[in-house]
Design a protein around this ligand. Structure first.
Ligand code: MG
Length: 371
């Protein structure tokens, strides 16, 4: 894949768990967002593999699921591990939509068949290169640009981009790279007309975010902090943010995403849809969810061909010159997974058929799920 750099490091390859749920001859997919290393959050592809194969699959596979909104509660015996749960839950929604011959966005309660595209641009090796990237993104129709920042690559960068492009919708994301000692410096972001400053401090530091939010006009957007709607409610009560970055894969899937969406409507918080360098499968899920009514302004959802060549889906999710992405047409997530490419990229496989393992490559044993 094309490299992407943030305050958390540089990503060149992507290792992730892909869940495939089958019923009545159809299959639904869920792409887990947990990366190989625990830098974004505590879960990794390996912990997800362990938790799904030992505990979560036996909770849900083989039983009767009336509606995918019941899947997350079927997994409550397992504490945390929202990313692992989300991969199963989102595969369930895809499968359910396919079984009912509906596009996923309709089932989720979406309000339109397209979304506005936005792009997140990583740390570059030079300011010139960054300005080129921003210019190219605008030329390609993107309606919002988010810049990754970190100490040493922050205010000067924002100042230069804002000077070159005075009217673009611009945001900055620190991925928790600062501490409270940086508050005076961070308060200067108000000079650059940002839509939002995302996650300046570490995930657990709601109070630090509240203190900074009280000092600045720029809305603080929380991403890593929000692992569910309960913590979002705490953040709202503490006035720790005025916006939230929604990633269904971070909070247990679509049911919790809809809850978070409705909470933001209720409290007047802005909501944008974030991305995690997904392949076309995960990106298709993001596009469908982005059709919810309160997700109208562009977030981080770009075309799917940006990082992976070739992608795992037959027809890439593309951005039009008008800066929009049409929701993939068809049942479920509406994309065709190219099995040959998927097989070629698969390093390990495990299957569960309600009541027992049917095939295993690797050495994982069932951990005896309590559900
Ligand atoms: Mg972020």
């Amino acid at each position: 894949m094309q490299a992407f750099e943030t305050s958390l490091g540089r990503v060149r390859d992507k290792t992730f768990v892909l869940v495939r749920l089958e019923s009545d001859g159809l299959a639904g997919y869920g792409e887990c967002i947990a990366p190989a290393a625990p830098f974004y959050g505590p879960e990794t592809a390996e912990t997800v593999w362990h938790v799904i194969t030992s505990f979560l699959a036996p909770c849900v596979v083989g039983g009767v699921v009336e509606h995918p909104r019941n899947l997350l509660s079927a997994m409550t015996a397992v504490r945390g591990h929202a990313m692992a749960k989300a991969a199963i839950e989102m595969a369930g929604w895809d499968l359910f939509a396919r079984l009912h011959q509906q596009p996923l966005w309709r089932l989720l309660g979406g309000t339109r068949s397209y979304i506005e595209a936005g792009m997140s641009i990583g740390v570059q090796s030079s300011l010139d290169l960054l300005l080129q990237e921003v210019g190219q993104a605008i030329e390609n129709g993107y309606r919002r640009i988010k810049l990754k920042i970190r100490p040493g690559w922050d205010l000067g960068v924002l100042e230069s981009v804002r000077a070159r492009y005075p009217s673009i919708a611009l945001a900055a994301d620190a991925n928790g790279a600062y501490t409270s000692a940086d508050a005076d410096r961070l308060a200067r972001v108000d000079d650059y007309g940002l839509e939002m400053l995302e996650q300046p401090f570490q995930a657990e530091q709601l109070i630090a975010h509240a203190r900074l939010q009280a000092r600045i006009v720029t809305p603080i957007c929380l991403d890593e902090s929000i692992h569910g709607s309960d913590v979002a409610e705490s953040a709202i009560q503490l006035k720790a943010c005025r916006a939230i970055n929604l990633k269904p894969g971070r909070i247990g899937g679509f049911t919790e995403s809809i809850r978070l969406h409705d909470l933001c409507v209720q409290h007047g918080l802005r909501l944008i849809h974030g991305g995690m360098l997904e392949t076309g499968i995960g990106r298709a899920h993001n596009v469908h969810l982005s059709t919810l009514s309160h997700l109208q302004s562009p977030g981080d959802i770009a075309g799917s061909a940006r990082y992976f060549a070739p992608d795992l889906i037959a027809v890439p999710i593309a951005v039009t010159s008008a800066g929009v992405i049409d929701v993939p047409d068809g049942h479920g997530i509406g994309v065709h997974v190219v099995e040959d490419r998927l097989d070629g990229a698969t390093v390990r496989k495990w299957a569960w058929q309600g009541g027992g393992r049917t095939r295993a490559r690797g050495s994982v044993e069932s951990g005896g799920a309590p559900c």
